[in-house]
Design a protein around this ligand. Structure first.
Ligand code: GTP
Ligand code: MG
Ligand code: ZN
Length: 319
């Protein structure tokens, strides 16, 4: 390592000292970022919600961040520092740059629906992100009111892969308020985020969970069965019985951010027990002899669909 380069530990100590100094300034106050409006951020403070700018050197600031603010007379406030985070959910944007989605969350509700249809590839990507961040994922199958018995049976069969792996799965309908008590139980006292494709009903669910919010929702396109990207920025809402919930903009696809091969492998929880059991230590689990993963698929201990999904994500990492 070059002499003038700081170690992570040194950098963290300097950042933390800076934050302590800023926090000690008499006119500084602390707040919680609850949303964004263009380049400005809405920050909840003891003096109410303030729309703030930011100092140039603050780095990424996102919904869920705890920040330090300073008053800029006559009436403005500016964010001068971000407090250390317990988690940061991010993904690459269309230019490959990091796009932060939310900070300090400890639960991620992966919302799927009957229309647009369940997309396991996307669920698997979110599961890997959650496992890598050590955040509990919950899978929500919304709009079950729209499914005919046969389609519902087929969807239940597909989604059972996830409940068999030990993930919590909740069926819901924002339209007829099905599954809302289960969602409230699972959200209680956590800082959670709703993620998933555009149009699956994330904002509609938040509206049912928090009546009176009137968050904008919009019909999906009849022709393409796809959402119209109605929510444009993540926003945090407080739950009346404790905890908070962030509604996030829907995605077309969720690219992986900062996940390496090892994290991807560990992100498929059912693979973990076979770690190190392949004949070759650098086994790619493709055509090698005595591969523990391939053996497990043959014995139906790992689902072929999940294995194929793993390979698709692996390929996308090396693109
Ligand atoms: N039948 C039915 N329709 C629903 C349900 N939940 C949401 N919808 C409808 O689905 C459409 C999309 O809902 P939104 O809540 O805007 O979806 P979203 O996931 O927030 O979409 P983005 O903000 O674009 O990511 C709206 O027309 C809702 O009324 C449901 O449980 N049943
Ligand atoms: Mg929305
Ligand atoms: Zn192998």
């Amino acid at each position: 390592m070059a002499k003038n380069k700081l170690t992570d530990q040194q950098r963290r100590r300097i950042e933390s000292n800076q934050q302590t100094r800023v926090a000690k300034k008499s006119d500084a106050m602390q707040g919680l970022v609850i949303g964004q409006a263009g380049h400005q951020l809405d920050v909840e403070t003891s003096a109410g919600v303030l729309r703030c700018g930011r100092r140039k050197n603050t780095g990424t600031i996102v919904t869920g961040d705890h920040v330090i603010l300073e008053a800029v007379p006559p009436a403005e406030h500016i964010i001068t520092a971000v407090l250390p985070r317990s988690s940061l959910l991010a993904r690459p944007d269309f230019r490959g740059q990091m796009k932060a989605i939310a900070a300090n969350i400890d639960r991620i509700f992966i919302v799927c629906s009957t229309r647009p249809e369940l997309n396991e590839g996307l669920v698997d990507r979110y599961l890997v992100a959650a496992e890598t961040l050590h955040i509990t994922p919950v899978i929500v199958l919304n709009k079950i009111d729209l499914a005919e018995t046969e389609q519902l049976e087929e969807l239940r069969q597909r989604i059972s892969i996830y409940s068999d792996l030990g993930y919590e799965v909740i069926e819901s309908s924002a339209k007829n308020q099905h599954g809302i008590d289960m969602l409230l139980d699972s959200l209680h006292d956590h800082t959670s985020i709703m993620v998933g494709q555009s149009g699956v009903g994330k904002s509609s669910l938040v509206n049912v969970l928090l009546p009176g919010m009137n968050i904008k929702t919009r019909e999906i396109s009849e022709k393409h069965n796809k959402g119209t990207h109605t929510t444009s920025a993540s926003r945090l809402y407080h739950l009346p019985d404790g905890g908070s919930l962030i509604d996030s903009p829907g995605v077309r696809e969720f690219g992986m951010w900062q996940v390496n091969e090892k994290e991807l492998f560990n992100g498929f929880v059912e693979f973990r027990q076979y770690q190190g059991l392949c004949k070759f230590s650098n086994c790619q689990h493709k055509t090698e002899p005595q591969c523990a993963i391939i053996d497990a698929i043959e014995k139906n201990e790992i689902s072929k669909a999940r294995y194929e999904s793993y390979n698709r994500i692996l390929e996308s990492l090396t693109e």
